[in-house]
Design a protein around this ligand. Structure first.
Ligand SMILES: Cc1cc2nc3c(=O)[nH]c(=O)nc-3n(C[C@H](O)[C@H](O)[C@H](O)COP(=O)(O)OP(=O)(O)OC[C@H]3O[C@@H](n4cnc5c(N)ncnc54)[C@H](O)[C@@H]3O)c2cc1C
Length: 425
């Protein structure tokens, strides 16, 4: 794959071969730019290949405003990116490469091939057909700047000149699949501020011993929420108890914002589990009263046991101090205490998941220093950003790859109308 000489000049150099870098490379060659893609690993798109269990959940069917809202208060940063590289673009591009897409559950989008590799290869082949040069095992070590503008990059395999450099180096999550802080350091070295990386799309470790005793039990429709100072967040969906705490889509999706809130407001941080998202305190009171009337001799644990796994129901009855009590023995105060607990079980968090277990990174290049209309740095002319290296992370469900592809496309486009750029020195 490594073919051209070290002294080559490229109009555009893209750093990182994840979905952001592949999409940026395609957009750049489509605009006629002589383009080089650098990847520090021997293979291309390593994390992309592992995504969605190897099937790549590349987007979802949410309307754009709701899609952006899922990224939190900065979600609107991607308005222009989605306009150019949103679901409409991805579908029509993949179709042009002979790949149909499916959303079997009416939400999560996958390639109909069932293989993440077909998405990587579609971008790669389309870009290489238009002249993209690819260099692997080619780690970028320094972005070279002259008079406030990019002039090239120093890499493990030599130096290259360019007038446009797109940093699409992803985040620090899951180093085994290529996660690294290299890109953040490159951005920092040229003056960009970095929001410190924290795990996202990660399990949430919980200290309460009863949680690990339930390892393997899952809840189909739970709500997990946190409060910390004035920060709030909640996610609803399937939840899984593990030996270390909580996993499943609801926990994975909440882990990014919850981890940030925990880090910044540790003293006031509270994590609350509602095992049944639809069942509030009032409904629990009604269910308990009903059982007191109709099933007075049954053990109290049978009340949560009607709708929850037995092991969890027994544990909840014990937490409410009603382990061996029968329904007829319950006082109103017992009912109220149990109903309040079942409608919001407080959990204890004293650490976050390690990055090794996180599927994404929260944090990254501070957004106020990047122009959302082009993805260009506001500090360094000709430096662009795309994908997870930016401080914008979504929950589980195709959000992050969609943002990577969209921001990559916007970054790779020719905004000045002057590309291909004139060859320099
Ligand atoms: C197991 C797993 C499953 C996932 N499943 C999904 C899913 O189904 N849907 C979804 O939306 N998201 C999913 N994600 C998250 C998603 O994969 C990432 O958010 C996405 O890949 C980010 O794209 P990116 O292009 O910004 O970065 P990456 O995909 O991380 O690519 C960055 C590339 O840059 C390279 N690089 C880094 N530094 C340098 C350097 N200095 N020089 C040269 N190259 C460098 C890296 O080696 C890497 O190949 C999953 C993540 C994991 C770990």
């Amino acid at each position: 794959m490594n073919s051209s000489s070290d002294s080559d000049f490229f109009d555009v150099i893209v750093c990182g071969s994840g979905p952001a870098g592949l999409s940026a490379s395609l957009a750049a060659v489509q605009s006629g730019a002589r383009t080089l893609l650098l990847e520090r690993l021997p293979g291309l798109g390593t994390k992309l290949l592992a995504s969605g269990g190897g099937r790549c959940n590349f987007s979802n069917l949410l309307p754009e405003p709701e899609f952006m809202a899922a990224f939190g208060r900065n979600g609107r940063f991607m308005t222009d990116a989605l306009r150019t590289g949103g679901l409409v673009f991805i579908r029509s591009f993949l179709r042009s490469e002979g790949i149909e897409t499916v959303a079997e559950d009416g939400f999560h989008c996958f390639p109909s091939t069932g293989r993440a590799a077909s998405i990587r290869d579609a971008f790669l082949h389309a870009a290489q057909k238009r002249g993209l040069t690819v260099k692997t095992s080619a780690r970028a070590d320094e972005i070279r700047i002259r008079e406030g503008a990019v002039e090239g990059v120093r890499t493990a395999i030599g130096a290259f000149s360019c007038r446009k450099f797109i940093l699409a180096t992803g985040g620090t999550a899951m180093p085994a699949l290529g996660g690294t802080s290299k890109g953040l350091l490159l951005a920092e070295a040229v003056g960009h501020r970095i929001t410190p990386p924290l795990p996202a799309m990660a399990p949430i470790p919980v200290d309460d011993p009863w949680v690990s005793e339930l390892a393997g039990v899952s809840l189909p429709d739970a709500r997990l929420s946190f409060t910390a100072g004035r920060l709030r967040g909640s996610c609803r969906g399937e939840l899984l108890f593990t030996h270390e705490g909580l996993s499943g889509p609801a926990a994975l999706s909440l882990s990014g914002p919850a981890g940030r809130a925990w880090t910044e407001h540790r003293d006031s941080f509270r994590l609350i589990l509602e095992p049944e998202a639809e069942t509030d305190r009032k409904i629990w009171c009604e269910r308990i009263d009903d059982a007191r009337k109709k099933e007075p001799d049954k053990l109290f644990r049978s009340v949560p046991g009607r709708t929850m796994p037995r092991s969890l129901a027994a544990r909840l009855a014990a937490l409410a101090g009603l382990e061996d009590r029968r329904n007829r023995e319950l006082k109103n105060a017992d009912r109220d205490r149990a109903a309040s607990l079942f409608a919001g079980i407080p959990l204890t968090v004293s650490r976050l998941s390690p990055m090794e277990k996180a599927m994404a990174m929260s944090g990254g290049v501070v957004l106020t220093e990047v122009n959302p209309k082009t993805m260009e740095s506001r500090l360094v002319k000709g430096l662009f950003f795309a994908g997870e290296v930016l401080d914008l992370t979504g929950p589980c469900g195709g959000y992050n790859i969609q943002f990577a592809i969209a921001s990559g496309r916007l970054a790779g486009e020719n905004h000045t109308g002057t590309l291909p750029l004139e060859k320099q020195g």
